[in-house]
Ligand binder design. Structure first.
Ligand SMILES: [Zn+2]
Length: 205
């Protein structure tokens, strides 16, 4: 349990240091599966720089808490849904990082445009339709859209990445944010080549 807590705190520190979360409470959430039936999750309204092994919440897959020293993030319930649905997923990061969120606001999925997307994202990055954050509908959209994928954009909201380990999930988060920046710039040039079929085709942008 302590090892996973340390891992979560390390990832939170890196997210902040590398500009993938903004200062303040509008930061998203991080979790890691700590056993077959429980996961550790960042609390609500606590800056990532303040996280310690003592203030992380630990939630069971039945929705109860093993320990709840801090206010519960409402994101906990979509994390719970993902862990229940997909036993191979052991880590989740949700951020409102700048470039990925820009694509969410424009309702732009990221088509398959670099080979690295196959490994880091499981292919193209789709956009889940909008529903009020933390509503049952929103949670269901997230759970549906991570099936077979490592990342999903949420329309008018932010980014959710999943992984088999927290370091892998962090890599995907960083990859998608960097790719979103490149894709946004490429869109400004007006034409983006999509890697589909043998010859590829040009996106109609
Ligand atoms: Zn959010």
């Amino acid at each position: 349990m302590e090892t996973y807590k340390r891992e979560l705190i390390n990832v939170a520190t890196k997210l902040k240091k590398n500009g993938l979360v903004q200062e303040g409470v509008n930061k998203g959430s991080i979790s890691v599966r700590a056993s077959d039936d429980a996961f550790i999750i960042s609390p609500s309204k606590l800056d990532y720089s303040m996280l310690t092994g003592e203030n992380l919440n630990v939630m069971k897959l039945d929705g109860t808490f093993i320990s709840q020293p801090s206010p519960v993030s409402r994101d906990s319930y979509f994390h719970l849904g993902i862990y229940r649905e997909y036993p191979h997923i052991s880590a989740i990061i949700h951020t409102h990082s700048k470039y990925a969120t820009a694509l969410c606001l424009a309702n732009r999925p990221i088509p398959f445009i670099t080979v690295g997307m196959r490994f880091h994202c499981g292919g193209s990055v789709e956009i889940a339709p909008y529903a009020p954050p933390n509503s049952e509908q929103c949670n269901n959209y997230i759970i549906e859209h991570v099936k077979g994928k490592k990342a999903v954009l949420l329309q008018n909201h932010g980014l959710v990445c999943v992984g088999e380990t927290l370091p892998d999930c962090y890599e995907t988060t960083e990859f998608v944010e960097s790719l979103s920046e490149s894709y946004l710039h490429a869109l400004l040039l007006g034409e983006v080549k999509i890697l589909e079929g043998e010859e590829g085709r040009y996106a109609n942008v």
